[in-house]
Design a protein. Structure first.
Length: 549
């Protein structure tokens, strides 16, 4: 039987993926110990509320990861600015005023639902996982809340087991997690297509907080009819299952993969990603050990051990202003043990390790630019140089996270209606029916990556102007299509399309302007002719009068 219907096959496949991931868990637990003290370890469990930060003696890596996550959010998915725009595959239709207005409305609608959801909270958690563990997981599902249509969840990597297709894309995800009995009832209790086991249903009244082990598996559906639109013929199959009872709770499907699994970077032959933290894990451990030694040495210097006679004192009072008595007239008195006053580790050595860790997290390269003493051009050049260092990773995040995220959200919104049964997305124009969306990224980083293109356009215009000025050959400017140059520049800058007059409107304005200029010239010519005729008539009249006299 296929995996989608056979619980034993699902569990066996999960065990295979658990073995494949086993070696990664040791490294990930080291990262959790030194950088994510509030996260559950990959092996073993922690008590809720347990403080695991007592083994961390230097928080540099933890703070650097927070800075990196904040930088990624600012550069890629900044809530306060436009970071993506929708388009269609047809370039001609993409320029149509009607289509542009619809695309702008669609973009605004998607942004509105992202703003009203928990997306920006969860994407920050995912960025933290990318910087520390190298692999992040974001689950996107439709929400049954009245005011929200989309719900996001950044899953703990300990729950996730993945497999790739032949192109290196994650197409199979196993999630092993727990719900309470109450949560199971909330999720599936009223679902006619779902079946909970008697083991769960029997605990609804007397033990609603009992934990239930669950498995959710999403994988490509091999046998399906694309013409049928029901969830059992969609591209990805979905199976929810209770682990203990092996009860299949629900079988369904998704149009697009609901689990987004971006990797920071990936080595050939590996499925899981590698992170900035893993690249300097040795330095993180060394710095932690160095700071522990420094703290111990500092405490030894501030509170050195004491030497007392072996037939010593009954009681020592070593607190502030404390008094301890010794035998007068003898050398039997209290003295500190000489341990030296120099620390075994210099602060230069510590700073060297901190700088190495900060460089791995791009803290130095992506630091805030002081604009007070820089020109706008210098600021742009600095931003471009800073963002180049993270460019390769951004390309992977756009492919594995951002594009799939927007298309998944669009799939959910397309199937959503408001309380009146009306589609929440605007109706598309007839000319775009059947066309696919395309994405245009207009985040600060995306715009910075296109600065070279903008500079090339500006350079071409400047060269034409210089030639025209120095040679007097103004016809060189005829080589430039200034409309395309201007619109291309606006596109690179990421300005919204609705600030531009459609090209047909521009042509109409120019035709009207030319017509008005022509009419003005004709009127002027007519007035000159009339003036000349009047002047001639006056001259003849004056001449005739003179002759008569």
């Amino acid at each position: 039987m296929s995996m989608k219907m056979n619980p034993d096959v699902i569990i066996d496949r999960l065990h295979d993926l658990e073995e494949d991931r086993y070696n990664w868990e040791t490294m990930w637990d080291d990262v959790v110990d030194y950088m994510l003290p509030n996260r559950s370890p990959f092996r073993g469990t922690i008590t809720p509320g347990e403080d695991r930060s007592v083994t961390i003696y230097d928080s540099s890596a933890y703070k650097n990861n927070i800075v990196l996550a904040a930088n990624l959010n600012d550069m890629l998915t900044n809530q306060s600015s436009m970071w993506f725009m929708l388009g269609v595959d047809d370039p001609d239709l993409d320029e149509s005023p009607v289509v542009q207005d619809w695309l702008q409305d669609m973009t605004n609608e998607v942004r509105k639902h992202l703003d009203n959801s928990n997306f920006y909270d969860q994407i920050h958690e995912l960025y933290l996982d990318l910087g520390s563990l190298g692999t992040g997981v974001l689950y996107i599902e439709d929400s049954d809340d009245e005011d929200e249509y989309v719900n996001f969840k950044a899953c703990h990597l300990r729950e996730i087991y993945i497999s790739e297709d032949k192109y290196g894309r994650v197409d199979t995800v196993f999630r092993k997690f727990q719900h309470t009995v109450r949560q199971c009832i909330q999720r599936w209790g009223d679902d006619e297509d779902a079946t909970l086991s008697d083991l769960v249903l029997g605990k609804e009244e007397d033990d609603p907080n009992r934990l239930v082990d669950l498995i959710h598996v999403v994988f490509p559906r091999e046998e399906r009819d694309p013409e049928l639109k029901d969830n059992k013929n969609m591209k990805y199959a979905s199976v929810w299952m209770e682990t203990e009872s092996k009860q299949i709770i629900k079988e369904g499907g998704y149009k697009a993969m609901p689990y987004l699994v971006p990797r920071w970077m990936k080595s050939s032959g590996e499925v899981y990603g590698r992170s900035p933290a893993l690249s300097v894990l040795a330095d993180i451990k060394t710095l932690n050990a160095m700071m522990e030694t420094v703290l111990i040495a500092g405490q030894m210097i501030a509170e050195p051990p004491l030497q007392v006679p072996d037939d010593g004192f009954l009681k020592l009072n070593i607190g502030p202003r404390g008094i301890s008595y010794y035998r007068a007239g003898t050398n039997d008195f209290i003295r500190p043990l000489e341990i030296g006053s120099r620390l075994p580790i210099t602060f230069d050595m510590i700073q060297e390790k901190r700088d190495s860790i900060a460089d791995s997290f791009f803290v130095t390269q992506l630091n805030v630019i002081d604009k007070t003493e820089m020109t706008a051009e210098e600021v742009r050049a600095r931003q471009l140089a800073n963002m180049r260092v993270i460019g390769p990773t951004v390309g992977r995040l756009q492919n594995e996270l951002l594009s799939d995220l927007i298309f998944r959200v669009l799939d959910i919104l397309h199937d959503s209606v408001d309380e009146n049964g009306k589609q929440i997305l605007p109706e598309p124009p007839a000319v775009v029916q059947g066309l696919s969306y395309k994405l245009k990224y207009v985040s600060p980083l995306a715009k910075a990556k296109r600065q070279n293109e903008l500079q090339a356009i500006q350079g071409a215009i400047q060269i034409a102007g210089n030639i025209a000025q120095t040679t007097g050959r103004v016809e060189v400017v005829d080589n430039l299509n200034v409309d395309i140059a201007y619109r291309k520049s606006v596109d690179i800058l990421g300005a919204p399309n609705d600030i531009l007059t459609p090209i047909e409107g521009v042509l109409q304005i120019r035709q009207a302007r030319a017509k008005a200029a022509q009419e003005a010239a004709q009127l002027e010519a007519t007035e000159r002719q009339a003036g000349a005729a009047e002047a001639g008539s006056k001259a003849v009249k004056n001449f005739n009068q003179a002759e008569g006299e």
